[in-house]
Design a protein around this ligand. Structure first.
Ligand code: MV4
Length: 452
């Protein structure tokens, strides 16, 4: 096991990693920007190092500063959390060159999955079902028109370097395709410096369902079921749950086993998420994330497995401590992302938390790094905390969620709590009847107020 882990992140995920390290008896180093000098992760770590000014480029993304912090403190591993350097293959390589362990997958796997065309090619080779589309990048308008004609419209043009929906354009007929390709290419070039695009059949009303996997890099890999993350706004997840209300036990085990088998073949190491669109009973691979994800707690709640502890243990060279049949799924979990944003306009609302009270009781978990009197800086994402509830059934989880949301008090800033208090009372949500467009449709129809 490691002697000391440096946590190259901030906020709730930095605390989450600190907790796992402490349980494993590993010392911790927090790093922080000058905007984060009063942050909770700095207070709770064994040691801390200031790595630069507020701008993420100069602090949380500053590789030389992180290497220096390891050198000063003697940290022998870095956990990158999510965002920042978590999916930077070059960072993983640089750490290896300095004999520091990157707590995450092999650089090669990060690189493959970072290129959506390579990721899809790999997924297809490993037997994971994919969205029908072009074999690789589109190299001529003529070829794209021919393929789209064969597949049928609508089609979607996607950027190879994409993610978060940038560089994505729908074409509903052959007349729209040349323009869709041109604008997707231009957007991709501007956003990622890479104008490679590929073509897919456009699915009109899918759900977003993702499979959690865990590999030991030695050919061992298991799946931990799925999460339904269909409730999103502008490609930001808002509510996640497990199991998906749309799947039955047989479907869960079938897609899970396909993913686990693929990861065994890759000799994948660490936690990973294989993302699918799900429509009419079928799964279609879209992307793989090679990091721990924000919504990992819902999986932890229904399996009892500490995903961050497992990441650390496999990075230290241990084989997986469990086999697939040791993984038991129990009940239902739901996560709400509480952001420092107005619940209707989504305007960011940084500022000082004047009063703070978190819910508790049976089946309630809050992952957060804020406290009363803390000033949320304007420099980073707006996540205040995650409220996660668990119950024996989905209805029990919903009952606890309603109750916990009413207990949660965050004064002094705007938060998305009022949105969740509305959502949890709406029949479509209570019945699990939603797709990836449900939330935006709800919001643009004025939410509950608009319906009244
Ligand atoms: C799609 C799709 C429909 N058909 N691909 C959006 C972000 C990127 N990660 C994948 N995305 C989509 N890919 C095909 N072939 C619809 C989306 C999409 C979406 C996916 C998941 C969750 C929310 C979404 C919102 C809009 C569009």
């Amino acid at each position: 096991m490691f002697d000391k882990i440096l946590i190259a992140n901030r906020g709730e995920i930095a605390l989450r990693i600190l907790r796992a390290a402490k349980e494993l008896g590993v010392a911790t180093v927090a790093v922080y920007s000058t905007a984060d000098k009063d942050a909770m992760h700095v207070k709770l770590a064994d040691e801390s190092v200031c790595i630069g000014p507020p701008t993420a480029r100069d602090s949380y993304l500053n590789i030389p500063a992180l290497l220096a912090a390891c050198e000063i403190t003697g940290a022998d591993a870095i956990h990158p959390g999510y965002g920042f350097l978590s999916e930077n293959a070059r960072f993983a390589e640089i750490l290896a060159e300095h004999n520091i362990v990157f707590i995450g997958p092999k650089a090669e796997h990060i690189r493959i999955m970072g290129d959506k065309i390579e990721a899809k090619r790999t997924a297809r080779r490993l037997g994971i079902p994919c969205v029908p589309g072009s074999e690789g990048a589109i190299d001529s308008e003529k070829q794209a028109l021919k393929l789209a004609n064969e597949m049928g419209y609508p089609v979607l043009v996607k950027a190879a370097a994409g993610g978060g929906g940038r560089g994505m354009k729908v074409a509903r007929s052959k007349d729209e395709l040349p323009h869709a390709i041109a604008t997707a290419k231009a957007e991709a070039k501007a956003a990622f410096g890479d104008d490679a695009v590929y073509l897919e059949k456009y699915l009109e009303k899918p759900r977003h369902i993702e499979v959690q996997i865990l590999g030991d890099g030695q050919g061992g890999a298991i799946h931990l079921g799925e999460r339904d993350c269909s409730l999103q706004r502008r490609h930001q997840k808002v509510w996640e749950e497990s199991p998906s209300p749309a799947l039955n036990e047989a479907q869960r085990m079938e897609i899970g086993e396909i993913c686990a088998k693929a990861m065994r073949e890759l000799e994948y190491s660490g936690a990973g998420t294989i993302e699918f669109l799900y429509e009419d009973g079928k799964f279609y691979f879209i992307e793989m994330n090679t990091r721990i994800q924000v919504e990992h707690p819902v999986t932890e709640m229904i399996t009892g497995i500490d995903l961050v502890c497992e990441q650390i243990k496999v990075a230290a060279g241990s084989p997986l401590s469990m086999t697939q049949k040791d993984v038991k799924f129990f009940g239902h979990a739901i996560e709400c992302r509480v952001n420092a944003e107005h619940h209707a306009t989504f305007r960011p609302s940084p500022g000082t938390i004047a009063y703070y009270h978190t819910p508790g009781g049976v089946g309630v978990r809050v992952d957060s790094a804020v406290y009363q009197g803390y000033a949320i800086p304007p420099n980073y994402d707006s996540l205040v905390g995650k409220l996660i509830v668990h119950g024996r059934t989905r209805n029990e989880a919903l009952m606890r969620l309603r109750r916990a949301l009413d207990e949660f008090i965050v004064d002094g800033i705007d938060t998305t709590l009022p949105l969740f208090r509305q959502l949890v009372r709406i029949p479509d949500i209570q019945n699990g009847l939603y797709d990836i467009h449900w939330l935006e449709r709800f919001l643009s129809s004025g939410g509950l107020d608009g319906a009244a």
